[in-house]
Design a protein around this ligand. Structure first.
Ligand code: BG6
Length: 537
């Protein structure tokens, strides 16, 4: 597999917006090359909820190149005006828009009906794109953004390839990029097959596999925090860290995505991608330089160092759950099996907590607990680093032997902040300990606009920067790790074994305590493993 991903000169096709604060080493890399973004699946949910609002916002900030066109494609027979009208409604859904700006933005929106299984349909698209290039001077630079179900990735790639739209021009003027969302396959074999199919038409450097978690501001900050400060790295290892808890808890249920989720479940939906990337950023070694392939090499080494699960004793390392009816924000909510489109006897997990180990010198023996689930009590995304307790409490006669260990929390949601808890003396005549928290809010004193994850991802596609995207070797390493687990779970899942129900609005299944028993696992905000509310009606 080819891991060469940077096209020659890709980083040169950017312009920089310097930070407003003199003396800071900061600038926003903005795309300079004119281009078109062709959204396949333009009538769908992702386009309306994420892509168009993000593109409009980038336009509003003057971050898009000029000229820049958006060509929506879909099976529905809309015309340009219908597309513009629908997209205006989608953007307005997010908040008020500036009418004059919108008119300028809308004049760059076009629509082309495409039937993804018909070669002649792609031939018509090719003709339309050449015509738009000629009229608007977009120079043949194109991003094909596939906002479609995964079953269509290969037909679309083949259609684009067969219509002669995939090949970049020899002289380097005119680049083509192909952007796909997860899931990249549903196990190791299908991920390899998908990759082989995409590489028939595209080179690795043309393929952008999105993980929107990597583009979140505070997630990007993990590497800066670890490697731009000298004080954390010396203690970032098994000698000082007891365990790590990585959480992505959601209050949302399956919503309208049962068709997809019934096939995916939480392990494919959240673990194979987002959770693995959070783990990699927490555990990876510093690359010698902050460049896309060097960073992705280091992330990949973490995936390859994961200790394979002992499939025979899976329940000692993995708890799977499914939400039953319960209550959230004071209102009753149905269980997963009662959601529209979900089989009444579904055994698809909506919650997982996994205890995993990174087998290298730095992390030997340190458990990483990864937890994610739907319909939990609160939406929280965070990485909690629990340090070891002091080796000996000199206060043991007065305070007892236990002194709560330090904890560092990198919070991604609901607040972007970093907190460190430590012990101080409570004011007064007696020596009493008090846990206090040092708190840094990420938004505090920030300069420049904070980009939403999709805005960042789209900008990086335009500049050709693959730092925040998956490379195929990483995808395959994660599937190699997870596939035996999935196969095992699915084999017993048919009988519903090993699936624990939890009330919607709780903190997951009660049996978590067994998984956590050997460690006193806490985070600042989540009472993992403490007795649950019993409110399953
Ligand atoms: C998506 C998953 O990738 O991430 C969803 O498919 C999940 O099921 C979502 O809800 C969570 O993302 P965020 O940014 O809201 O934490």
């Amino acid at each position: 597999m080819n891991t060469q991903t940077q096209p020659p000169g890709a980083r040169a096709s950017t312009r920089s917006v310097p930070s407003q604060s003199p003396g800071e080493f900061c600038s926003t890399e903005l795309p300079r090359d004119p281009c078109s973004i062709i959204i396949l699946g333009a009538t769908g949910d992702l386009t309306a909820r994420k892509l168009l609002p993000a593109l409009y916002d980038l336009f509003r900030l003057d971050f898009l190149p000029d000229p820049f066109l958006i060509v929506g494609c879909g099976r529905t027979s809309w015309d340009d005006e219908t597309f513009r009208h629908r997209m205006r409604a989608a953007v307005e859904n997010k908040g008020p828009l500036d009418g004059r700006k919108w008119e300028r933005f809308a004049s760059r929106l076009f629509y082309q009906p495409v039937d993804y299984r018909l070669p002649e349909s792609f031939a018509r698209l090719a003709h339309a794109l050449r015509e738009l290039d000629r009229r608007h001077g977009t120079g043949g630079n194109r991003i094909f953004y596939v906002a479609l179900p995964p079953g269509l990735y290969l037909p679309v790639a083949s259609g684009i390839g067969a219509a002669g739209l995939a090949a970049e021009r020899e002289n380097g003027n005119g680049w083509i990029r192909f952007v796909v969302e997860k899931p990249f396959g549903r196990d190791l074999a299908s991920a390899e097959a998908l990759d082989r199919g995409l590489h028939v038409h595209f080179k690795e450097r043309q393929i952008f596999r999105i993980d929107h978690y990597l583009a979140k501001e505070t997630v990007q900050n993990v590497l800066v925090f670890r490697f731009a400060n000298a004080i954390f790295e010396p203690i970032w290892n098994r000698r000082y860290i007891d365990h790590v808890v990585i959480t992505a808890a959601e209050t949302l249920g399956v919503e309208h995505r049962a068709g997809y989720y019934e096939q995916a479940g939480v392990l494919r939906d959240m673990f194979q991608n987002h959770m693995m990337q959070l783990l990699a950023l927490t555990a990876m070694e510093p690359p010698s330089i902050f460049e896309p392939d060097r960073v992705r090499d280091e992330r990949g080494k973490v995936f390859r160092s994961l200790r394979p699960f002992d499939i025979g004793s899976l329940d000692r390392h993995l708890v799977l759950g499914q939400y039953a009816a319960g209550g959230l924000a004071g209102r009753p909510v149905p269980g997963y099996r009662q959601e529209p489109g979900v089989a009444p006897d579904s055994v698809v997990p909506t919650f997982a907590m996994m205890k995993t180990y990174v087998e290298n010198w730095r992390w030997q023996g340190v458990p990483f607990y990864l937890a994610s689930g739907k319909r939990l009590a609160r939406k929280i995304t965070e990485i909690a680093i629990q340090f070891k307790a002091v080796p000996l409490s000199m206060f043991r006669h007065s305070l007892g032997a236990h002194i709560p260990p330090n904890r560092l929390t990198l919070s991604v949601y609901p607040e972007e902040r970093i907190t460190l808890t430590f012990q101080t003396k409570d004011p007064g005549a007696r020596v009493c300990l008090r846990s206090v928290t040092m708190d840094f809010n990420y938004q505090q004193n920030g300069h420049g606009p904070v980009l939403d994850a999709y805005e960042k991802v789209l900008l990086d596609c335009m500049t050709g920067d693959q730092m925040l995207f998956w490379r195929q070797d990483g995808v395959e390493a994660c599937w190699a790790y997870l596939t035996p687990i999935l196969e095992r779970c699915e084999a017993c899942g048919d009988r519903g074994n090993g699936l624990h129900f939890y009330a919607a609005g709780s903190w997951g299944p009660e049996v978590l305590q067994d998984l956590l028993s050997e460690r006193s696992v806490h985070t600042n905000q989540i009472p993992w493993g403490t007795p649950q509310r019993k409110d399953i009606p």
